[in-house]
Design a protein around this ligand. Structure first.
Ligand SMILES: [Zn+2]
Length: 259
């Protein structure tokens, strides 16, 4: 198994110690559990980082938001340009109908006074309608102009963000690849360390890790527990130093081992 480089995780890289564990230099079951715990803590961090990187690989939240804004403004602008176009076409059609009706009125072909009156009324109604349609057209035009200005502003901002993002993306992709390798490596390493641990010890470990905030095994450091920092009674210290199996910290209930 090839050892990947250490990626400066907060927990510190546990890998050199595990090489020792893998070579069989660590035989104490509790120390093996402690090393397993280091792997698990690192593995959790790698997993969390991977999730974050994967989320970011498509763009930062602010970039995604900027893209959405541009798309929304474009859609709105498209809508108002359509409205303006419709209104213009409607006004043109009305103008044509007004002209046709006026031509008929002027042609002298219509003699009936009632019909003449009706045509005249129709021309007036169409003129009023055209005014309202032209109003709509002007409103749509103004709205579209306002949106076009906003879109340009948003697009320029987005372009700057995209450029900035491109320079970061390469680094993110690179780290993502490394983290994936590290994830797989830790998974394999874990399986090998687990293979050297007795089943009942492993069960204790999993049980405690779930209930003790991810820390199942603590070290004895100057007669104190490294997890809860409480002083451990002399009798317990002696038992731990003798390497007795399953000696617990009386304060926090974690397994103790003496390095
Ligand atoms: Zn403790």
């Amino acid at each position: 198994m090839q050892t990947p480089e250490c990626y400066n995780l907060d927990a510190g890289c546990p890998l050199p110690l595990h090489t020792k564990a893998l070579r069989g230099e660590i035989v104490d079951q509790k120390e093996l559990l402690f090393r397993l715990q280091e792997i698990d803590i690192t593995w959790d961090k790698v997993r969390q980082r991977l999730v974050k990187l994967q989320k970011f690989s498509g763009g930062s939240p602010s970039l995604l938001k900027a893209r959405e804004q541009v798309a929304a403004t474009e859609a709105e602008l498209h809508h108002w340009r359509g409205e303006q176009n419709d209104a213009e076409l409607e006004a043109q059609a009305l103008s044509q109908r007004i002209k046709d009706t006026e031509d008929r009125l002027m042609s002298g072909q219509v003699q009936n006074p009632k019909e003449l009156q009706s045509l005249q009324a129709s021309v007036e109604a169409m003129r009023r309608q055209r005014v309202s349609v032209e109003d709509r057209s002007v409103e749509a035009l103004m709205k579209a102009e306002e949106l076009a200005a906003r879109l340009q502003e948003q697009q320029e901002k987005l372009d700057r963000m995209e450029t900035e993002w491109e320079s970061k993306q390469a680094a993110i992709e690179e780290e993502l690849e490394k983290r994936k390798q590290e994830y797989v490596y830790l998974k394999q390493l874990r399986a090998q360390v687990v293979a050297a641990i007795d089943a009942d010890m492993l069960e204790q470990y999993e049980y405690l890790r779930q209930r003790k905030n991810g820390i199942a095994v603590a070290q004895l450091q100057e007669d104190a527990c490294s997890a809860c920092f409480m002083q451990v009674p002399t009798s317990v210290v002696s038992a731990v130093r003798r390497g007795e199996d399953l000696t617990y910290c009386p304060s926090c209930g974690r397994l103790l081992f003496s390095p």
